[in-house]
Design a protein around this ligand. Structure first.
Ligand code: HEM
Length: 505
């Protein structure tokens, strides 16, 4: 009996303690007079997340509700409190002027036990700054330019594979071809080749080991509980020495880099790729083998889904906007004929309209729907009484800003004219955030643009894209991913047969 009483007391005590902790947490913004919606006791302010809405729809609604009232509002991602920034000048301060207080993203990583996760995207503070300085020369325009022929090679393979699919007896013009996976394989092959010097061959063999490991590396489903715990309770996760990468993925990349580096060193092989540049940093004692692996790995983590989502949604929009597609194709043909029919880096740079299309795609369908920063010290929000306390995460609601009708009238309309030099000039510099801003912006943006533009150029030159009966209009987005993706299992990315053929290359 006594034992039962103790047990009941313990359970009641625990429930009361949890209730007290959560009440305290959820009263945080109210006590400080910061604008917020009353949170749900379990889900915070994202009750609809994964049920009826994805995170960017939720943020868009809050942004529209609060915009014009205050510079910031409080928000609960489950139990985690974050501050969302509404004001573009304040975003500029955070990203640029006061960046010294916002150098971290606050992502969880555990360098000792999980070294491959200690990459540039995750690193914090001083560690991040040192690594960014070492890697910056790797992303200079000269170095990026030298990888262009490799990208074009893979883009040609993409055209070849698509041509084969189109010529297959199984090809159904009513359905078209599901291109999301195909583009994903294109991006895998480009990054594999440029970052690791590997011919991954996933375009030609979608079921290769490499393809499988990349899926596992980019999809945290295999490690969901750990990743969630690490995200919500990073301090506890650090104490428990949790790893966010599975052993299989870590081992795969560590072995891959070690073997390739050893082979190159023994045979004196030099290649025009990022691994070569990383090897030079290792030789000069700047990076260890594990650090090289982590940085090569981040190419996949940060560049794969962003690049393939951009190209996929770009083709989707062009399938629905034939006039824009035709104008792009005319530009491609004109520029190529001025460059003897060869897609060179210089020819690419002359395709101004194509670049506008890429910008408009990343405006309307920004792959990274919000950007995070963490305060190193208390931050006094200029011209207000608010303080964003030390250690707090701030979110820059990229997707919501990109759909603000005051910045982009009729935001659902796909209109590349929004990105002429004159139009860009008229807008606030923080109105476009697809590649981030300030010293912690996307280090691979030039490379990412090249992947998208080279693929787009050769695809439009060789094929015409249009909607079929299976195309989902408007497109539904996945509710389960933080990066933008189409709804799982939707066969929506289509082009049809009334096209040029691969022979026209
Ligand atoms: C269209 C393609 C891409 C888009 C839209 C994109 C977008 C972004 C965004 C929004 C950020 C966060 C910026 C911030 O916090 O201010 C970022 C960071 C980053 N991106 Fe990209 N990215 C793309 C392609 C790539 C590629 C191909 C690479 C490969 C090298 C890459 C590597 C990185 C890295 C390493 C970071 C972290 C930088 C740091 O923390 O210092 N990205 N990217």
């Amino acid at each position: 009996m006594a034992l039962l009483e103790i047990l009941v007391c313990f359970i009641c005590g625990s429930i009361l303690l949890i209730y007290w902790i959560l009440s305290k947490q959820f009263s945080y913004f109210r006590e400080r007079g910061i604008l917020h919606d009353k949170p749900n006791f379990i889900f915070g302010n994202i009750k609809e997340y994964k049920r009826t809405k994805n995170i960017y729809q939720i943020l868009q609604e809050y942004y529209a509700k609060y915009k014009g009232t205050e510079k910031i509002f409080g928000f609960f991602l489950y139990f985690q409190k974050v501050v969302v920034i509404l004001d573009l000048d304040l975003i500029k301060d955070i990203c640029v002027k006061d960046f010294g207080n916002f150098t971290s993203r606050g992502n969880y990583y555990n360098k000792k036990d999980d070294p491959v996760a200690a990459h540039l995207f995750n690193l914090d503070g001083v560690d991040w700054r040192k690594m960014r300085t070492k890697l910056t020369p790797t992303f200079s325009s000269g170095k990026i330019k030298s990888t262009f022929p490799t990208i074009v090679d893979v883009a040609n393979t993409l055209v070849e594979v698509l041509g084969d699919m189109q010529n297959s007896p199984l090809y159904d013009t009513d359905v078209g071809i599901e291109i999301e996976d195909l583009i994903s394989h294109y991006t895998t092959d480009v990054i594999g080749s440029v970052a690791f010097g590997l011919d991954c061959g996933t375009l030609k063999d979608p079921n290769s080991t490499f393809s499988d490991i990349i899926k596992k590396a980019l999809n945290f489903r295999h490690n969901m509980i750990t990743v969630l715990l690490a995200y919500i309770f990073p301090k506890v996760a650090r104490k428990l020495r949790l790893k966010t990468l599975t052993g299989e993925v870590s081992k795969f990349f560590l072995n891959l880099v070690r073997q390739t580096v050893t082979f190159r060193e023994q045979t004196g092989t030099q290649r025009n790729d990022f691994l070569n540049l990383l090897m030079e940093l290792r030789k000069s004692g700047d990076l260890t083998m594990e650090e090289i692996t982590a940085q090569a790995y981040v190419f996949f983590v940060a560049g794969h889904d962003t690049g393939s989502s951009t190209l996929t949604f770009c083709l989707y929009e062009l399938a629905l906007n034939q006039d824009i597609q035709n104008k792009a194709r005319s530009e491609i043909n004109e520029v190529l004929s001025a460059h003897k029919g060869v897609l060179t880096y210089e020819a690419m740079a002359d395709m101004k309209y194509l670049l506008q299309i890429m910008y408009e795609t990343t405006r309307k369908h920004a792959p990274t729907v919000f950007i995070a920063r963490q305060t190193a010290e208390d931050y006094f929000v200029p011209n207000t009484d608010y303080v964003i306390e030390k250690g707090m995460t701030v979110l820059l609601p990229v997707d919501a800003i990109h759909h603000d009708p005051d910045l982009y009238p009729n935001p659902k309309l796909f209109d590349p004219e929004r990105f002429t030099a004159a139009e860009i000039q008229k807008r606030h510099p923080m109105a476009y955030l697809a590649f981030g801003r300030g010293p912690r912006n996307c280090i691979g943006s030039r490379f990412g643009k090249m992947i998208v533009l080279a693929g787009l150029c050769l695809l439009l030159k060789n094929f015409k894209f249009s909607a079929t009966k299976k195309t989902q209009i408007p497109i539904n987005f996945s509710m389960f991913t933080l990066l933008r993706a189409s709804e799982e299992g939707v066969n929506s990315w289509i082009f049809n047969k009334e096209s040029h053929t691969a022979k026209n290359r």
